[in-house]
Design a protein around this ligand. Structure first.
Ligand SMILES: O=C(O)[C@H](O)CO
Length: 393
C-alpha cells in the first residue's frame, strides 16, 4: 500500500522537481522519506497539495530551519471576531509553526530569522515598511481574502516578497451577501423586522411596499469570480443580467448565465433596476460611482456594494439617497468601517448597512485559510503559485 503511494508521490515529486528550484539535498533525501509521504490534502477542487512532500521540500530548502521543523508563519490578527478561530489556528498548525505578533515582538532577533511567511487574516493590521525591514527571510504574505487594497503591493514587492490572495474561497459567500442585500433592500426586510417587533404597529401600510427582483434588470459592475457567481444566482431569480467589466467574458460564459455585456458603464447604469458593485478597489475604481453616475441611474434603482466602500463617493451617495435620486442602497462595505455613529448614512431609512460580512461564514474562514496555506506553501516550495497578486507597473 505504502509502496504504491510512495511511487505515486515519486511521480508527483519528479514532475514538481522538473518545474521548481528545489535543492539537490531534497532530491537525495526523498528516497528515504517517500514511504512516509502518504498524506495528502485537497484544497477546494482545484488544488491538490501533498503536505508531507512539501514539508520535506521546505525543510530541505530552508537554511534557517532545523531538520523536520515546520516553517514559521507570523500570524497577523487572529482576533476573537468569528468564534471559530481556534479551529483556524489548528488548521494552520498542521503546516506551520505559528508565531503571533506578541511572540515576535518579545523575541525579535530569533523570530525574525525564522519567519518566511506572514498570514494576514481579514485585512488588518496592515503591513508596513518597518515590519518588512525586520523580516529578512520573508518570502510571502498570504492574504486570507481576495481584496488586497490594504497592502502596498509595490513596496512589498521591492523587498522581494510575494503576495497571494484567495479568490476561490470568497466567491460563493460574497455572492450570497450580494443577493441577500439585494433581496433585503428590495423587500424592505430590515424595516419589516423593525415593524414586526414594534409594539405600536398593527400591520404594514400601503406606502410601505417593496419591489420585486424577479423580471428586474441587474447590472453587475465587475465580472470576476464573485460577479459571475452573482450572475448565476440572479439567473435563478429570472433577472435580466447586464454586466460591465474591463474584459468581456467568453461567449459560452455569458450564455451560461444569460448575461449581456455593456462596453459602457453608462448603458448599464441607465438600464438597471439593481446595480451591484463587485470590482476590486484600485486607483481606477476609487470613487467609480459618484454624483454623475448616480444621476444616470433610474430613480427607482437600488445600488448594492459588496466590493469596497471607497468605490463609491459616499458624500454623493448620501445626497442622492436624501434627494431620492435613487430608490435605495444596500452596503456591505463603507469607509471608514465601521462608520462613525453620527454618519448621515446611518440615519436614512432607504439604506441597509452590514459590517463587511461577505466572507463571514464558518466555511469561508476555513476555505480562505486553506487557500492561503496552499499559496504560502507553493511559494516556499518553489512551486507554481495558485493565486499571486502583482503590483501594477
Ligand atoms: O476581500 C475579501 O475577500 C473580503 O472583503 C474579506 O476580507
Amino acid at each position: 500500500m505504502f509502496r504504491r503511494k510512495g511511487s505515486h508521490m515519486l511521480r508527483i515529486l519528479t514532475s514538481l522537481l522538473g518545474r521548481s528550484n528545489l535543492p539537490y539535498k531534497f532530491n537525495r533525501q526523498f528516497g528515504s522519506h517517500r514511504r512516509r509521504c502518504h498524506r495528502s490534502l485537497i484544497y477546494n477542487q482545484r488544488y491538490r497539495i501533498h503536505a508531507c512532500a512539501e514539508r520535506q521540500a521546505i525543510t530541505a530548502g530552508t537554511k534557517v530551519m532545523a531538520e523536520g521543523e515546520l516553517p514559521a508563519v507570523l500570524i497577523l490578527d487572529i482576533g476573537g471576531t468569528h468564534g471559530v478561530l481556534e479551529d483556524l489556528a489548528a488548521l494552520l498548525k498542521k503546516h506551520f509553526q505559528l508565531i503571533t505578533m506578541k511572540e515576535f515582538l518579545a523575541n525579535k532577533e530569533e523570530m525574525s530569522k525564522k519567519i518566511q511567511s506572514v498570514f494576514v487574516f481579514e485585512r488588518r493590521p496592515t503591513i508596513d515598511r518597518e515590519l518588512l525591514e525586520s523580516l529578512p527571510n520573508l518570502k510571502v504574505i498570504g492574504n486570507s481574502g481576495v481584496g488586497v487594497d490594504h497592502l502596498d503591493l509595490k513596496m512589498i514587492s521591492s523587498f522581494g516578497v510575494k503576495v497571494t490572495n484567495t479568490p476561490h474561497a470568497v466567491a460563493d459567500p460574497t455572492a450570497d451577501i450580494g443577493m441577500a442585500l439585494m433581496l433585503a433592500s428590495a423587500r424592505r426586510l430590515v424595516e419589516g423586522c423593525q415593524i414586526a417587533v414594534s409594539p405600536d404597529t398593527k400591520s404594514f401600510a400601503v406606502d410601505w411596499l417593496g419591489v420585486e427582483v424577479s423580471g428586474a434588470t441587474l447590472g453587475i459592475i465587475g465580472m470576476g469570480s464573485i460577479g459571475y457567481k452573482v450572475a448565476q444566482r440572479a439567473r435563478a431569480f429570472n433577472m435580466r443580467i447586464l454586466y460591465h467589466n474591463r474584459n468581456r467574458r467568453r461567449k459560452e460564459e455569458e450564455e451560461a448565465v444569460g448575461a449581456h455585456y455593456c462596453a459602457k458603464m453608462k448603458d448599464l447604469l441607465q438600464q438597471s433596476d439593481f446595480v451591484m458593485l463587485v470590482v476590486n478597489l484600485t486607483p481606477e475604481t476609487h470613487k467609480l460611482i459618484g454624483k454623475k453616475e448616480l444621476e444616470l441611474m433610474k430613480p427607482t434603482a437600488t445600488l448594492i456594494n459588496i466590493s469596497r466602500g471607497a468605490v463609491i463617493d459616499q458624500d454623493a451617495l448620501v445626497e442622492a439617497l436624501q434627494n431620492k435620486v435613487i430608490r435605495a442602497a444596500a452596503l456591505d462595505v463603507t469607509y471608514p468601517e465601521p462608520l462613525p455613529r453620527d454618519h448621515p448614512l446611518l440615519n436614512l431609512n432607504n439604506v441597509i448597512i452590514t459590517p463587511h460580512i461577505g466572507t463571514a461564514t464558518v466555511q469561508a474562514i476555513h476555505t480562505m485559510a486553506e487557500e492561503a496555506v496552499a499559496n504560502i506553501l507553493a511559494v516556499l516550495n518553489g512551486q507554481p503559485i495558485p493565486s499571486q497578486v502583482f503590483p501594477k507597473l
